[in-house]
Design a protein around this ligand. Structure first.
Ligand code: ADP
Length: 436
């Protein structure tokens, strides 16, 4: 376009010169053509100069205005620059979104260049690996994660599996680290905090080991006696009866353990009983009679019921929880001791508690008593027929009723185990009668 317009203009000037030639001669004609060409040259040079200046800062706002053939050139450039600006804005918005997503990721991400130096890292990776974005960018990752296992992992170049690291940069995290090559030369280093997962796995492993151990002892006893009975068919009846009695006790022990395990698993899986009106008076009576049966007259058992208000809960679960506390009180109180079952209102909160004058528990054991299989004295728990799961069951049932298990104990003096319900679990008498 620019070329055609210029050529047409040149042709016009030449024509004008030729028109004047018959009147003023060739000299004037050449002068006219020369002047026209000089004018055109100045016009183009001026526009070229403006274009070159504009190219130093090519924004649509600073674009020079032009007349004639250069106007078309500037219009085209204007459209191109605007389109390019729009693309650039879209690209930078997309990049911002990617960076923001990386920053918000719950896992750590570090971008490594072809020489394993840090190009970028998100806040979670800084937390995991103790990185500082202000000074660690450009540093080799092996200088910052100094564990030999990681250095080996980096060198091996087999990144198909993550590696587990502990105490990176003095932190208490258990981390899973995995390198993911991308872009033919770069790598992503992904970090994940698996501290909680590890803890759950340890608890699970310990639990399986504990259950196996608890079952192995009675099974060994039963197996041993059975072997004797098979090998010695002429055993006198008194010895045989004694062995059968012991075997029966051991099977009962296994049965109790399996029942407790099933109860615990039901509670942990959220298979809860339906809430209903729990008549505290009836429950207390049943517990007192259970206690008498367990104690066989070895203890002095009393019941103190300061209120007959009922609670909303599950009768079977509460019977099991309160029953475990009563059974513990009897089992850990020497003969002649006193055991008291009490139901009362404390600051409008219904409370069930059992006090005993038994052995008591040292303060350092109290926070751990509700752990599965935690025993203060393993031998004593076994001889009294304990499964080590009683208080774990109590804790679960209390939690399910939004209640709190409170333990007070003094060695040699006795203990008090209380279940404190929230006030909103209380049913007043009329409500209770209505609910019947
Ligand atoms: P166990 O079957 O061993 O009794 P529990 O979970 O019921 O298991 O109790 C955990 C531990 O708490 C017991 O081994 C025992 O040492 C201690 N304990 C529980 N209740 C009492 C109590 N009333 N007096 C003294 N120690 C108790």
């Amino acid at each position: 376009m620019l070329l055609w317009r210029s050529a047409l203009l040149l042709a016009g000037i030449a024509l004008l010169g030729l028109v004047f030639q018959p009147f003023f001669g060739w000299a004037v004609t050449f002068l006219i053509i020369l002047a026209g060409m000089a004018g055109m040259l100045i016009y183009h040079l001026r526009n070229l100069h403006r274009l070159s200046r504009w190219l130093d800062d090519p924004t649509p706002q600073s674009m020079p205005e032009a007349m004639g053939s250069w106007d078309a050139v500037y219009s085209k450039l204007y459209r191109m620059v605007r389109a390019q600006g729009k693309n650039q804005r879209m690209l930078s918005a997309a990049l911002d979104r990617f960076v923001a997503a990386g920053e918000a990721m719950p896992e750590g991400v570090v971008v490594l260049d072809e020489e394993d130096r840090i190009e970028w890292c998100n806040p979670r990776s800084m937390e995991h690996l103790g990185l500082d974005r202000t000074k660690d960018l450009g540093q080799h990752i092996a200088y910052l994660v100094r564990q030999p296992a990681f250095q080996q992992y980096l060198l091996n170049q087999d990144y198909s599996q993550p590696i587990i690291l502990r105490h990176v940069a003095g932190n208490n995290f258990v981390l899973s680290l995995q390198l993911v090559p991308f872009d033919s030369t770069r790598k992503l280093l992904l970090t994940r905090d698996i501290t909680q997962l590890e803890r759950i796995q340890t608890v699970h492993r310990d639990f399986v080991a504990n259950v196996s151990h608890e079952l192995r002892t009675p099974l060994t006893v039963v197996g041993g006696f059975l072997e004797t009975l098979l090998d010695m068919p002429d055993l006198d009846s008194a010895t045989r009866d004694a062995q059968l009695k012991l075997m029966f006790e051991q099977t009962q022990r296994m049965q109790r353990l399996v029942e407790d395990l099933l109860t615990l698993s039901r509670l942990e899986n959220g298979l809860e009983g339906r809430d209903e009106r729990v008549d505290a008076t009836a429950l207390l009576q049943q517990l007192a009679s259970d206690a008498e049966g367990l104690s066989q007259g070895r203890h002095s058992i009393s019941v103190s019921q300061e209120t007959d208000l009922c609670v909303r809960g599950n009768y079977d679960e509460l019977h099991s929880a309160f029953g475990n506390l009563v059974s513990n009180a009897i089992r850990y109180t020497p003969d002649g001791g006193q055991i008291k079952l009490c139901w009362k209102l404390d600051n409008s909160q219904p409370v069930f508690f059992v006090t005993d004058t038994g052995l008591g528990v040292e303060a350092q054991h109290i926070p751990r008593l509700t752990e599965r299989f935690y025993r203060v004295d393993r031998g004593r728990s076994r001889t009294t027929g304990g499964t080590g799961l009683g208080l774990a069951i109590v804790k679960h049932i209390a939690q399910r009723h939004q209640a709190k298990l409170d333990i007070k104990s003094e060695i040699g003096t006795g203990s008090c185990f209380a279940i404190i319900f929230p006030a909103n679990r209380l049913l007043d008498v009329e409500e209770a009668i209505f609910a019947r």
